[in-house]
Design a binder for this molecule. Sequence first.
Ligand SMILES: C[S@@+](CC[C@H](N)C(=O)[O-])C[C@H]1O[C@@H](n2cnc3c(N)ncnc32)[C@H](O)[C@@H]1O
Length: 598
Amino acid sequence: MGSKMNSNGFRFRKVIMIVIVVGLCCFFYVLGAWQRSGVGRGDSIALQITKETECGIMPNLNFETHHSKDHYASKAKAFEPCDVQYTDYTPCQDQKRSMTFPRENMAYRERHCPSKEEKLRCLIPAPKGYMVPFPWPKSRDVVPYANVPYKSLTIEKADQNWVQLEGNMFKFPGGGTMFPQGADAYIDVLASVIPIADGMVRTALDIGCGVASWGAYLFKRNVLTISFAPRDSHEAQVQFALERGVPAFIGVLGTMRLPFPSAAFDMVHCSLCLIQWTSNAGMYMMEVDRILRPGGYWILSGFPINWKAHSKTWERSESEIQKEQRRIEELAYLLCWKKMYEKGDIAIWRKTIDGNSCQRKNDSSVSMCKYDEADNAWNKKMQVCITPFPSVKSPDEVVGKLKRFPDRLFTVPPMVASGSYLGVTQESYEEDKRLWDKHVKAYTKMNKLISSGRYRNIMDMNAGYGSFAAALEPSNSWVMNVVPTISMSNTLGIIYKRGLIGIYHDWCEAFSTYPRSYDLIHANGVFSLYQNKCDMEDILLEMDRILRPEGTIIFRDTVEFMVKVKVMATGMRWKMRMMDHEDGPLVPEKILIAVKTY
Ligand SMILES: C[S@@+](CC[C@H](N)C(=O)[O-])C[C@H]1O[C@@H](n2cnc3c(N)ncnc32)[C@H](O)[C@@H]1O
């Protein structure tokens, strides 16, 4: 009986073995055939878009049928991959170039871009084993090791729970230097003082963000946070943030103004962000004040708050740190910020809503900045002066009538409605909203992935009033609304008034981000705007650098620019499809959808 059982069992195991071996052979045969075919997921996204645009959804808008594909291929110059040493290349934050600039006030960590001759003209390769990031919200907590293969923070910040390595994945438990137990509990404390839950606080800035868990956890509370930190010894911190799907850029509070308009943020945060707030006669606090809207909140946790408990760790005498906090309190008074809270390691101030009630009016030692320079923040030296309150007809225009989010997204901002916003009228604002609702509806028909959650990190390269981003709401994504520094009107203030986020940038230079930061890039009128300003090729190469493999670009411009783009981008191995405007082929504006396939 026993031996019969044994021989039956042996036969059964043999059959199972044969099935497994045959199964594995079939699997590897199919995998090999798929890889040899050269069809990656990028190609499948391109194919899907091609199919969607071909299969009769918009049959009359296919520009391609009248223009041969060979026409582009024959003219295209092929771009080669860059050397693997450039996998994480950030042209304006290059370590070697940085070191040639002064360390004083962190000048060496600021933007220092390559000259025209020094620019790389090749395609930045992804690291070996790169995977398209997980969809949000999983991406907040898990990032493939291969995408950011740097381990030092897992060791250096182990006790603060920034990031851990488990197998071939990084895990982010949500900790930070001042919130090792997780950002959620820390935000709960802030929310006991700041009206985070009711929609009045929508936009936030995290200075010295680490891996940006603060912003990552605010997203589910409907607060959109831009996080930034320099490319420094906190290895790949901003790259981790972006891979997690959190809005971030490489930046530093150094000698230049931050690239934001005045009165932009509802809340600004620094948790042990290593900034000497009282140095340079309070210049850094004055810069925070410039970008904080009246009625906005400033949160400072860590040094020098709670100095009694921490003086030993900070290796400074109690009296020295106490003096530092006293000086911060004095500066806050001059800036008309009122202390709302101080407990444990956290202190919170609120900027006054109404400039008229501000005490400093009578203080002759205060130097005020020029009002018309308040929004001039690109390549502009930071100054030791206080930005005047926005000039409005009533304080209500600044915050009183500001709607709660999401109503704030579509209501005409009070400053626009009252005519206080230069060059923008209620009519132009409303017309822009209508137009972009229509355009985005057409985009969604051309590419269904837009509404599917596939694209988390989105960039609008020429954002205008932010209506493209507004038309995508509500969504699980975020849009970095870029207002080019050469735009006719400075609309970034309006974008913030709507509860969206954005930044100034000059597209003749590299953006302050890592390669592979964005899933979707929207380029509306970028090439007509930059005509005769710099090379189209350089702008396209920069777009290629910051776009993730399998990411998509939607171009919108007049036909002559679109044809040139198509020729150049053919040499960059993008799969593309040109479409007519949704109003028909007679409109000179065309739409080009491109997918990065490597
Ligand atoms: C101790 S870590 C704290 C990180 C994060 N705030 C947290 O609580 O986990 C200090 C952070 O400040 C950043 N940092 C240092 N100097 C800075 C500066 N001048 N401007 C902006 N960030 C700075 C560092 O790169 C790092 O991200």
